[in-house]
Structure formats: structure tokens, C-alpha cells
Ligand binder design. Structure first.
Ligand code: NAD
Length: 266
């Protein structure tokens, strides 16, 4: 029960949108609940978000679902208010919501402005908005933790994929800023996953194509496999619990060593 007496708000915590399969946020929500936290599940996807809260309740733990679009400040404020109304406090914020929609497999020059703005507004400003409106409640609750889900893309860029890594690099900056602004009451850290198998990975792929995709990633990974959502949830648990009580402002790479392997492949 490493999160006993904690209340955690997790954005992007719905099950994967296609078939209700794994997502990083839902795995964190289930893990936190199993460790004693009361969990506020936040997502734009009402059906799959409610399903996560129901799954937690069926296991005898406490959870509510609040529908919120992270790009809408009123909905963000409403989600924080709902946490206070239901559980009286907030001790942990996990920013995880991100949109993969839009036309952003481009260079900077070729990325349409509206797609650039959308990804910045959801994937980066969504983290800023929740930090802005949740931190006052965390402070009133006696302090706590922020866990931002970033990406190895914050460090490791590829051509023709401009906007997403920019948001993730900025999230690492935001993580460090928050680590100083509210210390010692709030610790803020980020996780930078490599390739994680989620329901969305299956989105446009047949089972055969999915296997090929996973095999390709595994081939280039020192650990020879794709990461699971539970492995990211375990790091989030570490960062939200007292096990990491002297870790602050850290951006933890969880890519199985892919980044260092790519850099020193000569
Ligand atoms: N899957 C990977 O390989 C991988 C690797 C590195 C980092 N990440 C990061 O992990 C996080 C979780 O993504 P995932 O891989 O579980 O994908 P996912 O698509 O399953 O989860 C993203 C969730 O965010 C929600 N969402 C999207 N737009 C929203 C909005 N405007 N408001 C509220 N919710 C919104 C979606 O409905 C979805 O439930 C993201 O920040 C992503 O960038 C994922």
C-alpha cells in the first residue's frame, strides 16, 4: 500500500480507444489504485475512461471518472474541483494525455500551422493547464508529487517528425521548472518511455503487421522487446511514492537502452 492516503488525478487514463486495450494512463490508474490511492480518472474519451473507474471500483477501491479535454481550461478546472469535492484533497498529478491525431509527420516547414498548434495545445499546454490548476490544491493538501509522461523523443529526434519531440522536450523543461517552483512541498519528475505496446499501436495494423512492428522495434532494442504499460506504471508508482523521496526534477529514460545503443552504433 505505497500510496495509502493519496489522491491521484491522472489525465489520459482511459483504456485504449479502439478495443478498450492497454494505455499507459489506464495502467498507472490501476496500479495506483491497487497501491491504495483514490484515483480521479480524466480523459476526453468518456466510455473508456468510465470503464477504468468502474474496473477500479469493482476491485473494491475508490475512483471517479471526470470527462475533460486538456485543451479546455474550464474543463481542467472542473476536473480539479471534482477531485476536491469527492475526496477533499489531491496529492498527485500524473499528466499523460496526448493526442496522436493530426498531420504532423512532417518537417517544421511542412507541418500545417493548425496541426502544430493543436499538438502544442493538447500535448504540452494540457500539462501546463493541469499543473496550473492542480498545484494550488496539492499545496493546500500538504504537498505531493507531479509525474509527467514525456518520451525518449525529448532526446532522440528523427527526420519528418517535428512537432511531437518539441512538446516532449518542453515537458522535460516544465518538469524541472515545477521541481524548483514548489519545493520542498512538491516533487516533480518525468518518465521518458521508448516504444510501449498500447491499444493504439494496434489501431491501423492487422495482427500480422503489429507483430512485424513489434519485432522491428525489438530487434533494435538492447532488451530485444517492446516495453509494456505496466513497466511504465511501475516507474510512475516509484515517483509518486516515498520510495523516490529524494528524486526531484529528474527525467527518467525508460527505453530499454535504445537511446545509448543508437548513439554508439559504429
Ligand atoms: N505508446 C508509446 O510508445 C509512448 C512512448 C513514449 C511516450 N508516450 C506517451 O505516453 C502518454 C500516453 O499515451 P499512450 O501511449 O498510452 O496512448 P493512448 O492514445 O492510449 O493514450 C492517450 C490518452 O489521452 C487521451 N486524450 C487525447 N487527447 C486528449 C485531450 N485533448 N484531453 C484529454 N484526454 C485526451 C486519449 O483519449 C487517450 O486515452 C502520452 O503522453 C504519450 O506521448 C507513449
Amino acid at each position: 500500500m505505497r500510496l495509502k492516503n493519496q489522491v491521484a488525478l491522472i489525465t489520459g487514463a482511459a483504456f485504449g480507444f479502439k478495443k478498450g486495450g492497454p494505455s499507459i494512463g489506464s495502467a498507472i490508474a490501476l496500479k495506483f489504485a491497487s497501491e491504495g490511492a483514490k484515483v480521479v480518472v480524466v480523459d476526453i474519451n468518456e466510455e473508456m475512461g468510465q470503464k477504468v473507474a468502474d474496473t477500479i471500483k469493482k476491485k473494491g477501491r475508490k475512483s471517479i471518472f471526470v470527462k475533460a479535454d486538456v485543451s479546455n481550461s474550464d474543463e481542467v478546472k472542473n476536473a480539479v474541483k471534482a477531485a476536491k469535492k469527492e475526496y477533499g484533497k489531491l496529492t498527485c498529478l500524473v499528466n499523460c494525455a496526448a493526442s496522436y491525431e493530426g498531420n504532423f509527420f512532417h518537417t517544421v516547414v511542412d507541418t500545417p500551422e493548425k496541426d502544430w498548434q493543436k499538438i502544442i495545445d493538447v500535448n504540452l499546454n494540457g500539462y501546463y493547464r493541469f499543473a496550473k490548476y492542480a498545484i494550488p490544491l496539492i499545496l493546500k493538501s500538504g504537498g505531493g508529487t507531479i509525474v509527467n509522461i514525456s518520451s525518449m523523443a525529448a532526446f532522440n529526434v528523427v527526420p519528418n517528425f517535428a512537432a511531437y519531440p518539441v512538446t516532449k522536450a518542453a515537458i522535460n523543461g516544465l518538469t524541472r521548472v515545477l521541481a524548483l517552483d514548489h519545493s520542498p512541498k512538491i516533487r516533480s519528475n518525468a518518465i521518458c518511455p521508448g516504444f510501449v505496446k498500447i491499444a493504439n499501436s494496434e489501431g491501423n495494423r492487422s495482427p500480422k503487421e503489429l507483430k512485424k512492428w513489434c519485432d522491428n522495434i525489438a530487434k533494435d532494442s538492447p532488451l530485444k522487446r517492446v516495453c509494456t504499460v505496466e513497466e511504465i506504471a511501475n516507474i510512475a508508482l516509484f515517483l509518486a511514492s516515498d520510495d523516490s523521496s529524494y528524486v526531484n526534477g529528474e527525467c527518467i529514460m525508460a527505453d530499454g537502452g535504445r537511446f545509448i545503443a543508437d548513439r554508439f552504433d559504429f
